[in-house]
Design a protein around this ligand. Structure first.
Ligand code: OAD
Length: 239
């Protein structure tokens, strides 16, 4: 296991960097994670709230949960971890930020090259005509919300059992394969296919630097595992 100083050197020397982020990067902004203490999946069951079957069964209940989360996210602000990653992007000739988060905080911190594997909570997609649009109102005036065509809208996120957006996934794989350094931040590394990007980057020759409060499913394979809060470690790592 290498030190923070070694990780800094790898990052400094890298021209191509891919960062994979998860819920932990937004935890210090007050947005609950999914697993671990205080995690949403401790309180709710994913099969009740994050599957197409749950939406078909009771769209209103599901929308109430998403409307509540949209309200939380609207009040939150990016933290030092988000800003550090946005700063790193400016210094690298190739930088791709792949996130599992749907909260949009990386965009708000100034990151530009962001691939959202699990969609965007501010996007609404029509279940009838398929048109997707952005709507930042919170709370939404009507649940479930309706499209101009009359169809029911769903959140523009990826649920369990659904495929990731193909072009986004292809771009993420390409970035992982060509990275000199892969930063993996605030993710439990248990949800696939997203979690597969880190081993892919490593097999292709990248150094993997993990930043997490706890040990994860990937820690043993990381070249460097930094324990602590993303909002504290990332500013130290990316100076
Ligand atoms: P998880 O909730 O599974 O994991 C969050 C990770 O962040 C854990 O490993 C924590 O130890 C770590 N963590 C918490 N606070 C942190 C902090 N301040 N700094 C650094 N690390 C911290 O979240 P994800 O891995 O993002 O998918 O979950 C992946 C997917 O599972 C989500 O995108 C979502 C969820 O179900 C869908 O809904 C499809």
């Amino acid at each position: 296991m290498e030190s923070l100083q070694q990780a800094r050197e790898w990052l400094e020397a890298a021209s191509a960097v891919v960062a994979l982020t998860g819920a932990g990067v937004s935890a210090e902004s007050g947005i609950p994670t999914f697993r671990g203490s205080g995690g949403l999946w401790r309180q709710y069951r994913p099969e009740d709230l994050a599957t197409p079957e749950a939406f078909a069964r009771d769209p209103k209940v599901l929308w109430e949960w998403y409307d509540w989360r949209r309200g939380l996210i609207a009040k939150a602000a990016p933290n030092a971890g988000h800003y550090s990653l946005a700063g790193l992007e400016k210094r690298k000739s190739s930088f791709v930020l792949v996130t599992q988060n749907v909260d949009g905080l990386h965009d708000r911190a100034g990151s530009r090259n962001v691939l959202k594997l699990h969609g965007d909570i501010w996007h609404l997609r029509c279940t009838t005509c398929g048109v997707e649009h952005r709507d930042e109102r919170t709370p939404l005036p009507e649940l479930p919300p309706r499209c101009d065509c009359g169809g029911m809208l769903r959140p523009g996120v990826v649920w369990f059992g659904e495929a990731l957006p193909m072009n986004v996934w292809n771009d993420a794989e390409r970035a992982a394969r060509s990275a000199d350094v892969c930063l993996v931040v605030g993710t439990s590394s248990v949800v696939y296919p997203a979690a597969g990007l880190t081993p892919l980057a490593k097999r292709a020759g990248a150094r993997v630097i993990e930043v997490n409060l706890e040990e994860t499913a990937f820690s043993a394979q990381a070249d460097c595992s930094l324990r602590g809060k993303a909002g504290e470690i990332l500013p130290e790592l990316i100076r």
